[in-house]
Design a protein around this ligand. Structure first.
Ligand SMILES: Cc1cc2nc3c(=O)[nH]c(=O)nc-3n(C[C@H](O)[C@H](O)[C@H](O)COP(=O)(O)OP(=O)(O)OC[C@H]3O[C@@H](n4cnc5c(N)ncnc54)[C@H](O)[C@@H]3O)c2cc1C
Length: 460
């Protein structure tokens, strides 16, 4: 059957929608979060049910159309779309079932973190997601997933209890500590390499009101604050999460007028435990130096996940990143040099803390390798769609990335740009070969290759 006929036949029995280039919804359906990505798929299969996903994958396999799998669509390099292939858009599969007694949630692959946080909060529970509500549960969990609670509850993938996976051969199998253990190992950090996850079972944790928010400093004071943080971060309890970020100050009433739009150091922080313990534990970092503003207050996890909404807006975007150890003088120097001359007010340089529970999982216990990292450095360049010279923003990020390379011990797949095999090797390190073996077992033809791709190991 021709591709056109196969896609038409797919549409006939579909519960969701198969959107073709001539359809009215195509222009918006082909878009992903990163506006730099401008690809035109042959079709977008907006799957509503498991059967939809099974049928769409079968069409791609049978016709040779390249497959892109989409959860929340936030992949920085735009892996959830394709030029001329078929997008399996799982966005409509948004079911969430919370089992408060077992403290787990069964979650569809189209769910965003904000939805899951809200559903869990009704039971006094919280998932272990990322920092931003709009990001997809699917991609973030499969790539590792570093968020507000990483130091106390681990990465998102450390909280993956089980997954129902549609494999390259078209079967649906379960992966967990009891079933298909190799697949379960690979799903925790291995990105979308191994199959299409149709349901995630995630561990939830009791989380009530917590202390969190932002403290802001002038950039002139940033070196001293970062030096202080280097020491404080080593000794702080796991419940403490302090992420320094250099950003353009918003034009908000609490920011002195002369700093509007100028780079400042923001410390985004929370204490994932009782409020009174949080007051004590965060007091040294809140009290250090001469903060411009202190917006830390009793809040909810839901509210914290909206703290970075401005940075999380969909724009043209170029991300570079490293995982590294402690904050060093060289790191401070490079970050402040480039942070002081942001190429666009939408840029940001962030250090997301790790350690604690992340480091207590063995480096070979899951596919996520770099458990020894203390921070994930995110260098984000964003600009407006009207910008005439996007390259200057890309260069700004690439140059800061190069200037901090000697600090790096690796990178996470979730923050990796499209850097080819070298970047993928840097992310998986000594876990690469095992992942390639698992890939050979579950996807020998590399059907799922639009990701930080680990091709199947060659048979020996
Ligand atoms: C604004 C923003 C904030 C972010 N914040 C954080 C953060 O705090 N912590 C962090 O760790 N990362 C963060 N990230 C990075 C994020 O984890 C990755 O971009 C992640 O891949 C996004 O997942 P998604 O489902 O939204 O993306 P998608 O683009 O849909 O998917 C990303 C990758 O996963 C694959 N995939 C998606 N769904 C499935 C599925 N069901 N089965 C198999 N493969 C699938 C895709 O094929 C693709 O390769 C952020 C990204 C953005 C844009």
């Amino acid at each position: 059957m021709s591709r056109e006929n196969a896609l038409r036949t797919l549409a006939e029995g579909f519960d969701g929608e198969v959107i073709l280039p001539e359809d009215a919804g195509y222009a918006s359906a082909r878009r992903v979060w990163n506006q730099l990505i401008d690809r035109r798929p042959a079709a977008i299969a907006r799957c509503r049910t498991r059967n939809d996903a099974v049928s769409a994958l079968a069409v791609a396999r049978d016709t040779g159309l390249e497959v892109a799998v989409r959860g929340g669509g936030h992949s920085f390099p735009g892996f959830s779309t394709t030029e001329g292939g078929l997008v399996l858009d799982l966005g409509p599969m948004k079911q969430i079932v919370v089992d408060a007694e077992q403290r787990i949630a069964r979650v569809g692959p189209g769910v965003r973190w904000g939805d899951l946080t809200a559903a869990s909060a009704q039971y006094g529970l919280a998932p272990v997601g990322g920092h931003v509500a709009d990001v997809g549960v699917a991609g973030l969990t499969l790539g590792g997933g570093n968020g507000w609670f990483a130091r106390v509850f681990g990465l998102a993938c450390d909280n993956l209890v089980a997954a129902d996976v549609l494999t390259a051969s078209g079967e649906i199998v379960r992966a967990s500590a009891e079933d298909n253990q190799d697949l379960y190992w690979g799903l925790r950090g291995g990105g979308g390499n191994l199959g299409v996850v149709l349901e995630f079972t995630l561990r939830l944790h009791p989380v009530g009101r917590l202390l969190g928010g932002l403290v802001m400093h002038r950039l002139d004071d940033a070196a001293d604050v970062l030096r202080f943080l280097a020491g404080y971060g080593q000794s702080a309890p796991d419940e403490v999460n302090v992420a320094p970020a250099i950003l353009a100050a918003p034009p908000a009433p609490f920011v002195p007028l002369e700093l509007h739009g100028k780079p400042v150091l923001a410390l985004a922080m929370c204490y994932a435990g009782p409020l009174s313990d949080g007051e004590r534990a965060l007091a040294p970092v809140r009290g250090f130096g001469r903060p411009l503003v202190d917006l830390v207050e009793p809040t909810t996890f839901e509210a914290l996940q909206h703290l970075f909404d401005a940075q999380g807006r969909s724009t043209p975007y170029h991300m570079r990143s490293h995982l590294g150890g402690a904050i060093t003088e060289e790191l401070i120097e490079a970050v402040l040099d480039f942070g002081g001359r942001l190429s666009s007010p939408e840029n940001g340089v962030l250090l997301l803390p790790m350690g604690g529970a992340v480091a207590r999982v063995g480096a070979d216990a899951t596919a996520f390798r770099h458990r020894e990292a203390s921070y994930c450095l995110e260098i984000g360049a964003a600009w407006s769609a009207e910008e005439e010279n996007p390259q200057r923003h890309i260069d700004w990020a690439d140059q800061l990335w190069a200037a901090t390379r000697s600090w790096a011990i690796g990178v996470e797949v979730n923050h990796l740009a499209d850097e080819g095999p070298e970047g993928v090797h840097r992310a998986y390190g000594d876990n690469y070969d095992r992942l390639a073996q698992i890939k050979r077992a579950w996807d020998p033809d590399n059907l799922f290759r639009l990701n930080q791709n680990v091709p199947p190991a060659v048979a020996n």
